[in-house]
Design a protein around this ligand. Sequence first.
Ligand SMILES: [Zn+2]
Length: 500
Amino acid sequence: MMRFSRSTALASLAAATLTGSTQAQNVRAAGIPPGLAAIREADLRRDMEALAGDAMRGREAGTIDELRASAWLAERARAAGLEPAGEDGTYFQFWPMRRAVTSPASRASYDGTRLDLDSEAVVATPVDATIDGPVLAVATGTTPDSSAARGKVLVTTLRAPADLGGRTKRNDTFIYTLLGMFEEVRRLSKLEAAAIVVVCDSIADAGFQFPSTWMHRGEYGIDSTGARAPAPGGDPPVILVRRAPGQRIASASRFTATLIADRFTQVSVNVIGRIRGTDPKLRDEYVLFSAHQDHDGVRFPTNGDSIWNGADDNASTSVALLAIARAWKQHPGRRSALFVWHGAEERGLLGSRYHAAHPVVPITSIVAVVNGDMIGRNNPDTASLLGSQPPHRNSASLVRMAIDANARVSHFAIDSLWDRPAHPEGFYFRSDHVPYAVRNVPSLFFTTVLHDIYHTPFDEPSRIEYPKLTRMAKWMYATGWAVSETRERPAIDPGYKFSR
Ligand SMILES: [Zn+2]
């Protein structure tokens, strides 16, 4: 579909430069935003080193580390001149986050031998269940008779997925295990079994730490929106088991378990500030600049490093928003600008789901969402604009503003592959613009996409391409500026309906 090259962008920039009669008019006609020079690489680097430094401990949602980062962001937002736009006159919108984890008091055994639900096995989804049933070994890929399966503990080995859908290498073992497990679970969960035990093959066994760490972390959700409610009932409990004990369970006669889900209410927070618009008519409408402040916290060490800094993901856009705020403060737009650093994105877009459901300004007054996630790595001259092609696109007029802004200001070759519905990563659906798009707010997702240090302890400030991050910040700023200045707010495309 659309593909925009650097040469096209430069050509349109040249055309824009040639049409005006004076430099000032050129700048005005082309819509070069007036605060552009206030977005400086040195500021982005300094803020990045603070926000993604080890002292912030990876900013995990629901922990004191996310709150520390939130306080830091609010202080920087105040210094940038944003007025508080959270709740009760503050920069903060706190919201309750539900978490369910498998209790360490859970127990499982086969023929009287204890199965360690940490080193040997992991419960896939936290659940309260008492299991006591005969074992029925099931050959991979086969489905036993429902009468034979009823009340039994089905034990099967995961099926190697036919392909990983072209996913990035680093996630292979994790994705391999999940796909291989779900392949079996999808079929067997219809059988009224007492439980399903999925045994790792040698590949999944070697990488057991990745899915098991993820499953131990449990489920997160928001009560008030019902997002990702923990532990859906009905289906039999699923336990992923390492190879050696799994082979013993398959030949055992009886399997028993008491599974307990511990449930907690934690707190996460959206940090929100604004700059009022200059136009008395338009200032009650908002351009929403969006990022997420959280990352994955402190986890198991890899090469001696246990802090998952999340520099690109997503301190990059968080510090870009601070830079945009400084530029905006120097030259406020006609419409107001709302800056939202969402919490708990990594736990399932929870902060943006909460704010889209409980916005601090009327949702209909948000004329566009300019969201960024991971905007500071990869090829220096390419970037992606997600939501620019159907079926993801919800506002052709907003896309046009972003494309024009790129042609004038940032000059990236726009990679259109990641916005295609057939792209294996489904990247469009993985950031904070989504809950707004669901509510028919014109929305875009700026990104420089995945890389080999995505969700690892190595996503550190030293790995950021600062000139590129600066250009991305300028592109987002110029897009938001165009939205702020235009007479007609960006329209939702006729017939648009969010679909996945
Ligand atoms: Zn992430």
